[in-house]
Design a binder for this molecule. Structure first.
Ligand code: HEC
Ligand code: HEC
Length: 198
């Protein structure tokens, strides 16, 4: 009996240690499997309008009333929003509801999350000056008569900024800009705003 206890302890420690390694290796391979499944589903369901790297396809660019969006900067959209867009589609847009189960959609999102876009700060500043500066001021410090905040002091996350830029803010002059700027331009403008912060 006296020998059994230490042996048991070694066994338990061993199982905990190696078990942990096996679990994390399993988690990694199952995530890779999820991404692969999402990639296959995307290839099947999305390729007509969105290229494999997330940029809009040739046909996607011709969609009416608005072209397919670039999915590369999808880090600006939370999981829940991506899920709803894929599940229900977008009203009055060529983005239809997709016949995918919730777990299929999770797999597609896991694949979307592997896409990359490197923001162009200089282009962001150019577009800001063209489209936004009339209200936000050339220096992005805001205009009291319009009620625009000083963007150098903004505490908003990139995801919150993207939300406001895409969808606007109720009852303010900040109207939706998701059709005025492309998704990559929204990412560029936000990258520019982030450089203003100390
Ligand atoms: C027939 C063309 C078409 C197909 C197929 C298609 N989409 Fe789209 N998608 C669009 C269009 C057009 C938009 C832009 C809608 C708008 O103006 O807001 C869009 C927008 C989106 C958006 C919103 C992006 C944003 O920033 O607002 C997501 C996410 C998306 N598509 C994912 C997918 C996924 C995932 C699939 C496949 C499961 C898919 N789409 C298949 C045409 C398509
Ligand atoms: C017609 C005037 C107008 C234009 C044009 C405009 N905005 Fe705004 N924007 C506002 C106002 C006003 C607010 C403040 C809304 C509030 O909270 O009362 C605002 C708020 C914002 C905020 C939230 C900032 C914070 O810290 O609360 C962001 C981000 C933003 N705008 C980005 C943009 C971008 C990017 C563009 C150009 C693509 C743009 N705006 C164009 C008027 C405008």
């Amino acid at each position: 009996m006296r020998k059994v206890v230490p042996i048991l302890m070694v066994l338990v420690a061993g199982i905990t240690f190696f078990g942990g390694q096996v679990t994390s290796a399993f988690a990694e391979s199952s995530n890779a499997a999820l991404v692969q499944r999402g990639k296959d589903l995307y290839h099947e369901q999305c390729l007509r309008c969105h290229n494999m790297d997330g940029s809009p396809s040739q046909e996607g660019k011709t969609m009416k009333p608005f072209p397919a969006k670039d999915l590369r900067p999808n880090h600006l959209l939370p999981n829940a929003e991506l899920k709803m867009i894929i599940k229900y589609g977008l009203y009055m847009r060529a983005m239809e509801a997709k016949p995918l189960s919730d777990s299929d959609i999770d797999a597609v999102i896991a694949f979307l999350r592997t896409m990359h876009y490197k923001a162009d700060v200089a282009h962001g500043k150019t577009r800001f000056l063209e489209v936004c500066a009339i209200c936000h001021g050339n220096d992005a410090k805001g205009k009291a008569n319009i009620g625009t905040p000083n963007l150098h002091d903004s505490k908003l996350s990139d995801v919150e900024m993207a939300r406001i830029i895409r969808m606007g803010k109720h009852n303010t002059p900040m109207t939706p800009k998701r059709d005025a700027l492309s998704n990559t331009e929204i990412a560029d403008v936000i990258a520019y705003f982030m450089t203003l912060r100390k």
